[in-house]
Design a protein around this ligand. Structure first.
Ligand code: TXA
Ligand code: MG
Length: 348
């Protein structure tokens, strides 16, 4: 199959692209679309056969459920059956964070096919904040299921080229909407009734942080349960060996522990690129890339993470050494990705 790139460089390009994209969704085809977080691989959420082909293209296990993207905020009530006790909180979260990088896990309505939710009684929903995605969904008019547009377990794509590298030849269309502004997948939160106030269970950390969520309910980080994880994890973003470059990656909290082997090539994924942290001085790296060279700190690092991991992955190094980032704000999401990328069985 030939993969066609649909451009959005001019207004006329964009109009044509929106038309083609809507046509593809209506006819049950797959299309990779830009979002503000990462590129998604979209299909009509109400068409089980179309959704099935997402799993095939990504080689994704069927138990790993998909996020449903909504054309407008009110559509949440069409797909989710929100219990009385959490209605106010859900409305506040939606009004505050949508469109944007917050996915809510809520009890589902039967309209959503089983294949979308992996048979779970809940559905994950969000409204994405990307102008082209938004136009396509508005014109399509219904919900679209879209996981990240990568092969299962590999790096999430933050550009059309990154999608093409992994899914080229497997899908008919990619809409090129430029680089993703957030660069990290949405925060996933399950909203559930609690003893005194609703509980917000963070299933996957992301751009919307614990601090952002605190005033809306009791924030809880989901515990990893390795036994359950093997078969049907609660949010398989929680699976080990996810977000992995093909090159071995090690997250190193003490630079003094690094003993390079003779003749091997090493790249450093540095947080600030500052010698005082120790990572730069101790070894003559074959390549150094810096996650936050500017004043943006963890937020800037989040935007650049997947892009830079992909760049290093193409450099033919024996190993990528990653410096930890601060464990706060978006830093939690970055550490989560680095830890998972570092648990290695190589995807050869
Ligand atoms: O930013 C994002 O969320 C991107 C863009 C494309 O929207 N999408 C994305 O999708 O990251 P994906 O499939 O790569 O990750 C979705 C995660 C998976 O870990 C899945 O297990 C979890 O959402 N998920 C989906 N439905 C769920 C549910 N009902 N309960 C718990 N977790 C769910
Ligand atoms: Mg993914």
């Amino acid at each position: 199959m030939e993969t066609e790139i649909l451009r959005t460089d001019t207004e006329q390009d964009t109009n044509e692209t929106v038309r083609s994209a809507v046509g593809a969704l209506q006819s049950g085809q797959l299309i990779a679309l830009p979002t503000e977080t990462v590129y998604g691989l979209a299909a009509d959420a109400l068409n089980p056969e179309a959704v099935e082909s997402i799993f095939a293209a990504k080689e994704r296990p069927l138990f790993d459920p998909l996020i449903v993207h909504l054309p407008h905020k009110d559509a949440v009530r069409d797909v989710a059956d929100i219990p009385e006790e959490i209605q106010k909180t859900v409305t506040q979260l939606i009004e505050t964070f949508w469109p944007g990088p917050l996915t809510l896990v809520l009890p589902r309505r039967p309209i959503i096919p089983d294949i979308v939710t992996g048979g779970l009684p809940t559905v994950a929903v969000r409204q994405c904040d990307h102008p082209v995605f938004h136009r396509i969904l508005r014109n399509f008019g219904g919900p679209v299921a879209a996981p990240s547009a990568n092969l299962f377990g590999l790096l999430s794509p933050t550009s059309a080229q990154a999608v093409l590298d992994q899914l080229g030849g497997r899908i008919p269309f990619i809409v090129d909407g430029g680089a993703c502004s957030q660069g990290l997948e949405s925060t996933i939160v399950r909203v559930q009734p609690g003893e005194h106030k609703p509980e917000l269970v963070i299933l996957r950390p992301g751009p919307v942080t614990e601090i952002d969520l605190k005033k809306f309910g009791k924030v809880i980080f989901a515990e990893r349960n390795t036994e359950v994880e093997e078969s049907a994890p609660e949010a398989p973003g929680m699976l080990e060996n996810h977000y992995a470059p093909r090159t071995a990656l090690r997250l190193l909290s003490d630079p003094a522990q690094f003993h390079p082997e003779e003749g091997k090539r090493y790249a450093l994924l540095s947080y600030r690129g500052q010698p005082k942290d120790g990572y730069l001085d101790l070894h003559d790296w074959d390549e150094v890339v810096v996650l936050s060279p500017g004043s943006g700190r963890v937020a800037e690092a989040g935007i650049r993470l997947f892009h830079l991991m992909r760049q290093l992955d193409q450099g033919g190094f024996d190993e990528i050494i990653a410096e930890p980032v601060p464990d706060r704000g978006v830093g939690k999401a970055i550490l989560d990705k680095l830890r998972k990328a570092a648990v290695k069985e190589l995807n050869a």
